[in-house]
Design a protein around this ligand. Structure first.
Ligand code: UDP
Length: 194
């Protein structure tokens, strides 16, 4: 089936390659998309925190971020083909964006990590458009940042605020935006820029 449920969390039953094609066509059709890359910690947290569970329910896709989820799926008798991690999705989305000249907003991490991430992304993927960027240490009551992202209307928004903040931030603001793939990718900017 299309989804594999692990402790109530519906994981999309897909490979990395097939999922990137799914996201690429959603970008082309300008379909707003919320992607959660979930590890066992996220699944466990959803059991304890009803509000977080409701946030996950807003996502179109929850992918298996790590071998722990793939192993759990095999144990419940509904195997997932492979892990589809946030970092791998970031790299593949950068490649797609490079080819299609898509625009990207980078949100999260410390200012110097963010700047290094944007610089390296521009160098390695010259076809991308930078819609904007903001570090991950901001006042959550400030509505200017979501307004800035709405106005920029990026095709892709990398949200690297770590768990559970990135899912909470996307869940709180996704209704405002007209388009864009919003994906929580944890510490990926630190890895990418490091
Ligand atoms: N971070 C952030 N804002 C915060 C707290 C953390 O942008 O208020 C960033 C942090 O700088 C790092 C990432 O979020 O780049 C968290 O990485 P981690 O590997 O801890 O992610 P997790 O495994 O918790 O999802």
């Amino acid at each position: 089936s299309k989804f594999v449920h692990i402790l109530g969390v519906p994981f999309v039953n897909t490979t990395q390659t097939a999922f990137i094609h799914t996201l690429q066509s959603r970008i082309e059709r300008q379909e707003k998309t919320f992607v959660v890359t979930a590890n066992p910690e996220i699944v466990m947290h959803s059991l304890e925190d009803e509000q977080y569970k409701q946030t996950l329910a807003k996502a179109q896709y929850i992918t298996a971020d790590g071998i722990g989820i793939v192993k759990a799926a095999a144990i419940v008798g509904e195997p997932l083909p492979e892990r589809v991690s946030g970092y791998d999705l970031m790299l593949d989305l950068l490649e797609v964006a490079d080819k299609n000249h898509s625009s990207i907003f980078f949100l999260g991490a410390a200012e110097e990590v963010l700047q290094a991430t944007v610089k390296k992304a521009k160098e390695n993927y010259p076809g991308i458009q930078i819609a904007g960027s903001h570090n991950g240490f901001f006042d959550w009551n400030d509505h200017l940042l979501p307004q800035q992202i709405k106005n920029a209307a990026p095709d892709i928004v990398f949200v690297a605020l770590g768990f559970p903040r990135q899912e909470q931030w996307i869940g709180a603001h996704i209704d405002k935006f007209d388009k864009g793939v919003f994906i929580g990718i944890g510490g990926s900017f630190d890895v990418f820029s490091g």
